[in-house]
Design a protein around this ligand. Structure first.
Ligand code: URA
Length: 422
């Protein structure tokens, strides 16, 4: 077998055989297939697609490239969720302790932000002392003692995906449904969860811009999970507007703690509860009541234990930015649009995200939103507050916000779209 013949098969719109797929994933993981060859193959897949059999085999080969975790020693059912990524998407932070407080075990292997979308680990690292890197033994210990863990995937889990995802990121080949589906599901299946809820984002701030593409991605991932014995469901949720009123690491932790304390923005609370219900259902805990666990403080107690178990101090003050810049509303009226992509890019440029994988992020950088679509705004009143430690970033961030919102005349009727679309 050789890489050029595999590339030619896909370039010429052929079907890759099982043998070709197994060989190319294994040889790439071992370094025998070069990055330039794999990027040519990824581009051929992006342009010409893969059928169901090819996607299933590709996913199985990525799982087989590394270890599989095993939670069968735990006495309670496991439930996990994965979001395809968005702006202000801090849902994992309140959701994991909430679902654990309702009786499931939540092994949440999470990622870092890249580009305009934020990453759960970057957010949690703004809590003084908190550690994302745990050994498998530490992870099992935190799960066993608290019921929830949010940590980085170990190097041994789907190493083919780790290499391939970094390559896709720099070769314009991220946005291919077969590659996204196999990337996400290989990690989730190798992680060993019994059930999985997928939050597939749709809109300007998401990888999938249309409902049709999001549906196809969701169906592909649900099919892969089901075929591997993981009870898998998907919700399609809106990402045309940022979630909540903050985008940025420490800012989002603060908002998540507000949700756990029984407050917080309604879209964050609604989506957290909707995903919690799906996770509990998939884990066979139909009678659990996540709204009660939020209201009675049991989810907050679990959050505090989970943060402490990973070295963090839940009572420590979160970092605040050295510089702020307030954008005021140019006219009075009704805010009718606040674009997730524009806000995400601005937060990223302020220092909340990274341009290259190895870059550090600023814990306190980001954006506070003072209004969401449907809210009334007053000329000269605050619309957005930009936060950074490096004020030279303001000008570049402001460019991303130009044209990212619309204000209509006072009294204009506006119906807020539901956050869960399907
Ligand atoms: N998240 C992943 O883990 N992989 C992708 O390909 C896209 C989003």
């Amino acid at each position: 077998m050789d890489a050029v013949s595999v590339i030619r098969t896909k370039r010429d719109r052929g079907e890759l055989s099982d043998e070709q797929i197994d060989w190319v994933i294994d040889a790439y993981t071992r370094g025998e297939v070069a990055d330039e060859q794999m990027s040519a193959l990824a581009m051929a897949i992006l342009l010409n697609g893969m059928n169901r059999r090819e996607i299933a085999r590709w996913t199985a080969a990525m799982i087989a490239s590394g270890e599989r975790m095993d939670f069968s020693s735990l006495s309670r059912p496991t439930a996990d969720k994965h979001s395809t990524g968005g702006v202000g998407d801090k849902i994992t932070l309140p959701l994991a302790p909430l679902v654990a407080a309702c009786g499931a075990v939540v092994p949440q292997l999470s990622g870092r932000g890249l580009g305009h979308t934020g990453g759960t680990l970057d957010k949690l690292e703004s809590i003084p002392g908190w550690r994302a890197l745990l050994s498998n033994e530490e992870m099992l210990h935190v799960l066993d003692t608290t019921g929830a863990v949010i940590c980085a995937a170990g190097d041994g889990l789907a190493p083919a995906d780790r290499k391939l995802y970094a390559l896709r990121d720099v070769t314009g080949t991220v946005e291919a449904i077969p590659l996204i589906a196999s990337s996400i599901m290989s990690k989730k299946i190798a992680e060993g969860t019994g059930s999985l809820v997928l939050d597939v984002k749709v809109g300007s701030g998401a990888f999938m811009k249309t409902l049709q593409d999001a549906r196809e991605l969701a169906r592909t991932m649900v099919g892969l999970g089901t075929d591997h014995g993981v009870r898998t469901v998907a919700l399609l949720t809106d990402m045309s507007t940022p979630l909540g009123l903050t985008a940025g690491n420490a800012l989002e932790v603060r908002e998540s703690v507000e949700v756990l304390a029984g407050g917080g923005p309604s879209d964050v609370v609604d989506l957290t509860l909707a995903l919690a219900r799906e996770m509990l259902d998939a884990a066979g805990l139909k009678d659990a009541d996540p709204a009660k666990a939020l209201a009675d403080g049991s989810a907050m107690d679990l959050w505090r234990r989970m943060i402490r178990a990973q070295g963090g101090d839940p009572d420590a003050p979160l970092p605040t930015s050295r510089e702020q810049h307030v954008i005021t509303a140019p006219s009075s009226g009704v805010l009718t649009r606040l674009d997730a992509y524009g806000i995400g890019v601005a937060a990223w440029r302020l220092g909340a995200g990274r341009a290259r994988k190895e870059d550090p992020v600023q814990a306190a950088a980001g954006i506070e939103m003072h209004a969401k679509p449907g809210d009334r705004v007053t000329a000269g009143g605050p619309l957005l507050t930009l936060h950074t430690d490096t004020p030279e970033r303001f000008a570049y961030a402001l460019q991303a916000i130009e044209g990212a919102y619309d204000i209509a005349a006072p009294g204009t009727a506006f119906t807020t779209a539901p956050v869960v679309l399907e």
